[in-house]
Design a protein. Structure first.
Length: 85
């Protein structure tokens, strides 16, 4: 079993709150990242990445897109996809 490090855990926690309850995000939620050296620009970049992933999954879900077989198998087995060519 893989364990998240402090940085990964802090990123996951802010991503979860930004995704699930964005109107309740406050300065204290960003503090763990700030304590690790994230400045305003880095925090903004985190928020952008989270927002883009939320946008893309909502678009895919909204249009009923399905994963192709190779991607679905990789997700189920944990094996990385192989590059074409």
């Amino acid at each position: 079993m893989k364990v998240l490090g402090d940085r990964q855990r802090a990123l996951c926690e802010i991503a979860e709150k930004l995704s699930g309850d964005p109107t309740k995000v406050c300065q204290d939620d960003w503090q763990p990242l700030r304590d690790m050296g994230f400045d305003d620009e880095a925090c903004l970049e985190v928020a952008h990445v989270v927002g883009i992933f939320n946008y893309l999954t909502r678009m895919a879900d909204g249009f009923g897109l399905q994963l192709d077989l190779a991607t679905r198998e990789a997700a189920e087995t944990g094996e990385a996809l192989k590059r074409a060519g």
